[in-house]
Design a protein. Structure first.
Lengths: 109, 113
């Protein structure tokens, strides 16, 4: 079935450094979304990017659909960026988002 | 911003007990989802619905029932709770499946002793 793999599993940065998170998915995605989960557990959609490059604030996502991969770049990281970043794609069945396990980001002051 | 409210926030029950988790969304989204989140597995879809009275099976439905009573309300039912159902449960909604943002509730932490 559809699988989503994320790397690295965890990442520790100093404030101000950039982060690069990777997502690989096992079948052609009709949609690719990135989510942020706070240390308290709440989940928020960051952006959706089925193909190409999209920017929002300090976030840039690049998805190469034919290579089944997406990346999330966080520039000038801040301590408030700490948390888990989840990638999810809709598989060929259409209605169901399949989530990766996530990348745990820790930004030190 | 779409609002999705889950209740309760925390629940403890015993093996064999009945549990109902509630979810309400206030933006008239068509789609509502129930996920569970466990260490090492990420978020897994239990059930989802595209409107009042509709129910679709997710990827891990065993041991769970769900009911969408109105456009706003989606319930998850555990009729004979087991310790394997100890998890963090999230409800989510979206206007259209496949292309729209998902909005999540704050989660319900369920412990089955």
């Amino acid at each position: 079935g559809q699988q989503v793999q994320q790397s690295p599993a965890s990442l520790v940065l100093q404030e101000g450094e950039n982060a690069e998170l990777q997502c690989n998915f096992s079948s052609t995605a009709t949609q690719l979304q990135w989510f942020y989960q706070s240390p308290g557990g709440s989940l928020v959609s960051l952006l959706s990017n089925p193909s190409g490059t999209k920017h929002t604030g300090r976030l840039t996502s690049t998805t190469v659909t034919k290579e089944r991969r997406s990346s999330l770049h966080i520039s000038s990281s801040q301590t408030t960026d700490s948390g888990t970043y989840l990638c999810a794609s809709y598989g060929s069945s259409g209605n169901k988002l399949i989530f990766g396990i996530g990348t745990l980001l820790s930004v030190k002051p | 911003e779409a609002a999705v409210t889950q209740s309760p926030r925390n629940k403890v029950t015993v093996t064999g007990g009945n549990v109902t988790l509630s979810c309400r969304q206030t933006n008239s989204h068509n789609y509502m989802y129930w996920y569970r989140q466990d260490t090492g597995h990420g978020l897994r879809l239990i059930h989802y619905s595209y409107g009042a009275g509709n129910l679709q099976i997710g990827d891990v439905p065993d041991g769970y029932k769900a009911t969408r009573t109105t456009q706003e309300d989606f319930f998850l039912l555990l009729e004979l709770a087991s310790p394997s159902q100890t998890s963090l449960y999230f409800c989510a909604s979206s206007e259209v499946a496949g292309y729209e943002r998902l909005f999540f509730g704050h989660g319900t932490k369920l412990s089955v002793l």
